[in-house]
Ligand binder design. Structure first.
Ligand code: ADP
Length: 591
């Protein structure tokens, strides 16, 4: 439903509230309620306002229907981010108790329970706040949207962001916030020789020749100045280390303190200081095109109301990708056997491709929609990324399947590893490591917090012997013991005749051993709306659509068929800033 609007129409009511910023970075929270045969306790893991996993325990689970209720309710809550769950027949009281305990846990997390109950839309406090006209209207409060809004505000523009969820952050806040930055101060400090040109070559190689060199060049040339700007303006700090990420020819990846959630928190503070107005629970549903053919505003939906907001200069689409939209995934996917419900996603529930649809409806060109990236290793309960998985490539863990056998070079790029896991029994895999690796990462609080959390959740197991680990997951223990012996021999001789892995780390000689279960999940969608080097949205003939800009994961045609790791946040930051009016470095040198 594209809307050609002659004048701003207010369909019902014109004031909406600026609901309180409710950014919740994350943690584990408990809740309790009385059940049919005893108390029920739950533990939820929350990140960026989403419930990532649910663990239910208690005496009330002693009968079969109650255990069924536990499984069904957990799936619905995590899958649909709702506490509106139907009772399981034969376990009504237990179902109610689980939901009540979940509400208790959500309260403990600091989030408002009403956001997980469908009727919450009735409850919005529609206080005054939103104005009718802004210079820039930004759709989406992830990295791209926040940076675009801040840049615009710093240039004196009146800027509003509409965000459909009750919190900011999108996929950015769920990510590690990794940023690949050539010629950074940290690289200079460590004597690492790098250049923007080298990163352009790496990204083009990563895309296997299908990337857009001009846009990649803009990204590489402008990420260092943008990171410096964020350090100065937003106070974003980084770990004192540069990481080597697969596909990059030198260590150039910086990790912000507080990961992606930390970046979002700082950007929100800066946006507030720059008087950017952010309206939560406010979903953009259509773009408005005026008589001259300029995109002049948007229609939004808040609760039961639909109304328009005018953008005097720019509408900036920063709605992220479509990894959480199963229907879109399925209709565009040509690479994977299936991307239906059974394949989870590491994405925010907000990543449903809205911006792509809205832009397409007014004639925007979309590119590379079939290129959907799976991240190989994620929590099988939630589909969310394991930070802990960094040990695979940095410290040297290996994968086995249910048959206890290795099946891939664990250092391979994401799509190869993910593809191989999907070929295994139950499309699942187990990462094997031992205490010596835990000892190496012992001073990394994020990793150690995960170890504790996953042990508790049961997706990670620690046992004295590898056979005991195998028994826990129902894996062939004899085959696994052989696999371990071979792996250790390959490590000692420094070569892997089976899969050609670079064996430049220690053998896993002694217990205790650990095994972590993981599955591939949809991580990033490379496709989206076509943009120019100035972040203007292009039509099918390649002309800029007046008034319309886009940045971040909603755009397509930059990374081609494969985005290199640690390049998504830089993409969102650089093009977000350009969409907000920043003059890209190369351009300003030319002028
Ligand atoms: P990027 O990395 O490109 O900034 P993110 O996933 O981090 O992308 O952020 C995108 C944000 O856009 C999310 O917070 C998401 O909820 C929001 N969003 C998506 N669709 C809409 C929409 N129709 N209206 C308002 N906000 C939206």
């Amino acid at each position: 439903m594209a809307i050609l609007l002659l004048a701003a129409i207010v369909l019902s009511g014109c004031t909406i509230s600026q609901t309180k910023s409710s950014f919740v970075s994350g943690g584990t929270f408990s809740g309790r309620a009385e059940g049919y045969k005893g108390p029920i306790s739950v533990e939820i893991v929350v990140n960026n306002g989403a419930i990532l996993s649910v663990d239910v325990t208690g005496d009330d689970l002693s009968y079969e229907n109650a255990r069924l209720a536990k499984v069904e309710i957990t799936q619905v809550v995590v899958g649909n981010q709702t506490l509106e769950v139907e009772s399981v027949s034969g376990a009504t009281a237990t179902s109610d108790a689980i939901v009540n305990a979940l509400k208790d846990a959500v309260c403990a997390s600091g989030m408002d329970v009403k956001y997980f109950i469908d009727e919450h839309e009735e409850d919005f406090d529609h206080a005054a706040g939103i104005e009718h006209d802004y210079d820039y209207v930004v759709i989406g409060a992830g990295a791209a949207g926040l940076v675009a809004a801040i840049e615009g505000a710093m240039q004196g523009k009146r800027v509003a962001i509409v965000e459909k969820l009750p919190f900011a952050g999108g996929n950015t806040a769920l990510s590690g916030g990794e940023m690949s930055v050539p010629e950074s101060d940290l690289q200079i400090q460590y004597g690492i020789h790098d250049s923007t040109e080298k990163m352009v070559v790496d990204m083009m190689n990563g895309a296997r020749g299908t990337g857009n060199e001009a846009l990649i060049r803009v990204l590489c040339e402008n990420i260092n100045p943008t990171v410096q700007w964020m350090q100065e303006q937003a106070g974003i700090d980084f770990q004192e280390r540069v990481y080597l990420v697969k596909g990059h020819s030198v260590p150039r990846t910086m990790i912000p303190i507080g990961l992606g959630a930390g970046v979002v928190e700082r950007l929100l503070t800066l946006a507030e200081a720059e008087e950017v107005q952010i309206f939560y629970n406010t979903k953009a549903i259509d773009l408005v095109v005026n008589q001259e053919g300029r995109v002049s505003g948007i229609f939004v939906n808040q609760g039961t109301e639909v109304f328009s907001i005018n953008a005097m200069e720019r509408v900036i689409i920063a709605t992220g990708g479509f990894g959480a939209n199963v229907q879109m995934r399925e209709s565009y996917n040509t690479r994977w056997p299936s991307l239906g419900e059974e394949v989870l996603t590491s994405n925010s529930p907000g990543s449903t491709g809205d911006g792509i649809r809205m832009a397409q409806e007014i004639g925007a060109q979309v590119l590379d929609m079939a290129y959907i990236q799976l991240f190989p290793y994620n929590n099988p309960a939630s589909g969310k990324h394991y930070y802990l998985d960094t040990i695979r490539t940095n410290e040297g863990a290996f994968f086995v399947n249910r048959e206890g056998k290795r099946f891939v070079n664990e250092d391979e790029v994401r799509d190869i590893v993910a593809g191989k896991i999907l070929e295994q029994t139950a499309q699942t895999s187990y990462e094997v490591f031992n205490q010596s690796i835990i000892d190496i990462i012992a001073d990394d609080p994020v990793a150690m917090e995960e170890v504790e959390r996953w042990l508790k959740q049961g997706v990670l197991i620690k046992r004295d012997t590898i056979e005991e680990c195998a028994d826990y997951f129902g894996i062939n223990k004899f085959a696994l013991a052989d696999t371990l012996t071979n792996y250790n021999a390959y490590s000692k001789r420094g070569s892997d005749p089976e899969f050609g892995r670079l064996m430049d780390f220690g053998a896993l000689d002694e217990g205790p051993y650990y095994m972590l279960e993981g599955v591939p999940s949809v991580h990033y969608t490379m496709g989206g709306v076509a943009i120019s080097e100035d972040a203007e949205v292009l039509d099918k003939e390649g002309n800029a659509i007046p008034g319309l800009y886009a940045a971040g994961e909603v755009t397509g045609g930059i990374h081609g068929e494969n985005r290199l790791g640690a390049c998504a946040v830089p993409d969102a930051l650089v093009f977000g800033r350009i969409a907000g009016g920043y003059q890209p470095l190369q351009k300003s040198l030319d002028n």
